[in-house]
Design a protein around this ligand. Sequence first.
Ligand code: BTN
Length: 232
Amino acid sequence: PDFTVEVLPQIDSSNSELMRRIRAGQCEPTLLVAEQQTAGRGRLGRDWHSQVGDSLTFSLALPLAPADWSGLSLAVGVSVVDSLHADLQLKWPNDVWLQGRKLAGILIETASTGDQRVAVVGIGINIAPRAGDGLSTAPAWLQEVLPDVDAGQALLRIAAPLVQALKAFEIGGFAPFQAQFDQRDLLRDRAVNLSNGTVGMARGVDAQGGLLLQTPNGLQTVTSAEVSVRPA
Ligand code: BTN
């Protein structure tokens, strides 16, 4: 393919490793698979935990020069769900959900060297639980919908379309992905709470990927927040 593939048995975080390399001047397109992460990171400063052998954790570094970066995380989410399974949904901005539980998370960061900006797209997918995975919060597993797809096959399905999606985003921004996001939108027309206390009805996303929220004070556009669905 048009990127280097590297598999590391253990690393703190595949995103952190690529960010370090980019800052050190290495910005070739690279797909880095971590068999084990000792300090996996999630969005909003959270941790991402996975057990060896039960998940796929990797990051893709790709130099990108879009006119507008907004909506990139949603476009990546659309690409990932499209390459995996018809039953998957996206919880804004880009959590991948299956039947009411989280299946995968996406962490996008950017780093620069010189005048080049490189996107680092990190993806963690629960593939299949191992015996003894004692999980208090039960996530979803890809095995539930794709029993024959292991971590390696999931990576093969996701990687090439993801590169194409990033290139499409570079040219056209989020707009070409908006309709597909709408079809996968888990929050649409549901009552939601934002981490900052705002409550409202989710009404889809705008052309920049912002969450449209109908609140008592009118329609608001949310660009960054933790959103939870309010129990009915
Ligand atoms: C989230 O749900 O908040 C995002 C989770 C992203 C996890 C992946 S696993 C591979 C890559 N390396 C990391 O440290 N995080 C991402």
